[in-house]
Write a protein that binds this ligand. Sequence first.
Ligand code: 4AD
Ligand code: MG
Length: 462
Amino acid sequence: MTPKRIAEILRQGNPDDRLTIQGWVRTKRELKGFSFMEVNDGSCLASLQVVLDREMPQYEQVLKSLNTGASVEVEGVLVASPAKGQRVELKAEKVVVYGEADENYPLQKKRHSFEFLRTIAHWRSRTNTLGAVFRVRNACSAAVHEFFQQRGFLWVHTPIITGNDCEGAGELLAVTSLDLQNVPRTKEQAVDYSQDFFGKPAYLTVSGQLEAEVMAMAFGNVYTFGPTFRAENSNTSRHLAEFWMIEPEMAFCDLEGNMDLAEQFLQFVFKSVLEKCPEDMEFFNKRINDTVLATADNIINNQFERVTYTEAIALLEKAPDKFEFPVEWGLDLQSEHERYLAEKLFKKPVIVTDYPLEIKAFYMRVGDDGKTVRAMDVLAPNIGEIIGGSQREERLDILENRMQSHGINPEELWWYLDLRRFGSVPHAGFGLGFERLVQFMTGMGNIRDVIPFPRAPLSLDF
Ligand code: 4AD
Ligand code: MG
């Protein structure tokens, strides 16, 4: 019999349905004439209650091996459940234990801290919270593609190994080609493999933007959705060394169109995840952060605030709060400033535009005032910067000047400059940190708990 997923059974199963499930035992309770166990298969938050009758063949023997963590297949018949909160339960007729688990299984009944669970990343997906996180992450990924595909954007695959530092922030992880036959085994043998990819310096990409611009110049609207890397040696709850980024890029588009897209995009994804994972979202609201559902509602039903950097500075100067870092035109906004704007002042996402050109990347379009660039950062309550984007500089001479003042060798980006030589158009795009989005949606405090295998300083165990 083809096994059924527990999510489907709980939604649509009826008494007298005969079926098979497969999953892992969460708990077991032994009573006199019968026993109960809860089985979870990852398809939903809830486990299915299974009733084991003493009359079942080999009852005692089977029961002994049904410990927390054991993998099982149960064939039986659904019956109406007398227990609160569940419509049906499964009356077992045949139980097969695939793999037993003894008392050393690390996920015993008690609640574990997220810190502890990070040390056993290979087990934590079997917990309620991380299970819910990864289902929401999946629904979010699907919604990303749905959003762009519905609008005719092409999903383009930009390289992971690259020769350029798109952001110019110097947070690069280098790639080295190793001759595996001659890898040094001892300290004495060690050689310096300094940034050598078959004779050229190469890095793991910090952003697919520059290559996405190439594709937008042929297809109009494109997006990337892939891993990006930063040699981020900071131990914060918002940074990873390996994170996923979504980067739409649109030809014939200015900053206003870019802001509209960012807003519609976030609204679409929140709505879609609420529809697809209602139980998981309610769980986050109840157990992780009681603002999760209100935040989703706020995103879906309100327009984002839009202010220029210059206006933001004026608002911060008037703020009653005492900030640790100075507020002054020309200085970058610190996370305390961003949080003030999004959390305290506007209480919703804020799009800050037109930053001073000195503090932003070389590719951003210089504004009419000659002092600012057409940049946009979307700041979210509890998260801070969730999106960074801009209209791109499409004028060759100005771009060349900007590269020069950023110390970028034009020869290294000859192809990027070429896009401005032949058929250049105004264009714009942004980058959304996917893990920050999942954090925002679920209320999870630490970014390491929204990606299955976090890569950050000191976490590379497996
Ligand atoms: O603001 P960033 O650096 O922008 C870019 O890379 C542009 N090239 C994007 C574009 O216009 N196509 O990064 C974009 C977003 C940030 O807003 C943040 O959400 C996320 O990527 N991000 C990180 N997320 C997790 N860990 C890190 N170390 C991150 N660095 C950036
Ligand atoms: Mg940024």
